[in-house]
Design a protein around this ligand. Structure first.
Ligand code: GRG
Length: 300
């Protein structure tokens, strides 16, 4: 194992712990929340997960010279929005999954109505937290706007709608451009938002902000391609969720559209693009650089 890998692992582990502790504190502090709702929120939010999005917020802030502590409320907010999307995506009306993050999904552990409300509560709590705790207030307002746009109808929710509609189409009736357009919204916009939240809080210049968003865009698409590949080749125990579902349901995926080899080549190319976008940061870019490599090689 290279010294760069060891240093990245340590860095990410330490940041991941800080994120987990911060998320626990947020949930614990909501003593006025109905107990069952709080349990359901905690069940999904504190179940683990790679914490990729909050790590990106923190590293983007740091690479601009900012302090990770200042970026923690935004990092937690983004993880809450992501977790809400997973809870709702797992519902019977959507993907109907029983396993998530190695545990029963929220509606299986509790019930459907509670899972819907836990998702709603996490989504709204995210904005409450960011509006109150990101400083100064003008940056908090920019961050709220940024995340709302990324998560909403023209971002993640719109991408999910397009994905549901595309389920009616066969692979022959669709194009790679169409698939890419879905994923740019469904998965990509939230990863770009991770970079721009961190950049805003870290006081990025316009050029730095653009470079980080470009990194997020390439990384987001590469992440989706590796997600599609792991659905074909991944291990359910490592992934903590069902595998083989997308291919089994004839869903539009990169391996189905362009094959596994070409999918891997495209992911390689996108990660190289992402790393190229970081050049302006000099040596400070090493953690984001290594995180991009991790996305390519990940097994969960
Ligand atoms: C229901 C509004 C709504 C949106 C759902 C993001 C999404 C849209 C659905 C998730 C389904 C999915 C498998 C998307 C592909 C990529 C993805 C977001 C995977 C899950 O994210 P990870 O791998 O999960 O970062 P962890 O658990 O590690 O946080």
């Amino acid at each position: 194992m290279s010294s760069q890998t060891v240093s990245l692992d340590k860095k990410l582990e330490s940041l991941r712990e800080q994120v987990n502790e911060a998320l626990e504190r947020v949930i614990e502090s909501r003593s006025d929340c109905p107990q069952r709702l709080r349990d359901a929120m905690a069940h999904s939010l504190l179940a683990g997960g790679k914490r990729l999005r909050p790590l990106l917020v923190l590293l983007a802030c740091e690479v601009c010279g900012g302090d990770v502590v200042a970026a923690m409320p935004a990092a937690c907010a983004l993880e809450m929005v992501h977790t809400y999307s997973l809870i709702h995506d797992d519902l019977p009306a959507m993907d109907d999954d029983d396993l998530r993050r190695g545990q029963p999904t929220c509606h299986v552990q509790f019930d459907e109505a509670t899972a819907i409300l836990a998702g709603d509560a996490l989504l709204t709590l995210a904005f409450e937290l960011m509006a109150r705790d990101v400083q100064p207030p003008a940056v908090a307002a920019e961050c709220c706007y940024d995340l709302a746009a990324a998560a909403g109808y023209c971002g993640m929710v719109g991408g999910q709608m397009a994905d549901l509609q595309a389920e009616q189409l066969s692979v022959e009736q669709s194009s790679v451009e169409q698939l890419e357009a879905i994923h740019r919204r469904k998965t990509g916009r939230l990863l770009i938002s991770a970079m721009s939240l961190g950049a805003r809080i870290g006081g990025a210049t316009e050029n730095q902000q653009n470079c980080l968003e470009k990194y997020g865009q390439s990384l987001g698409l590469a992440f989706q391609i590796t997600d599609d590949l792991l659905d074909v080749t991944g291990d359910c125990a490592k992934m903590g969720k069902a595998v083989g579902k997308d291919s089994g349901h004839g869903k539009l995926t990169y391996p189905a559209m362009i094959g596994e080899t070409e999918s891997r080549r495209k992911a390689d190319e996108l990660i190289a693009d992402a790393q190229h976008s970081l050049q302006t940061f000099g040596d400070a870019r090493q953690h984001l650089d290594a995180l991009a490599q991790w996305v390519l090689k990940r097994d969960h």
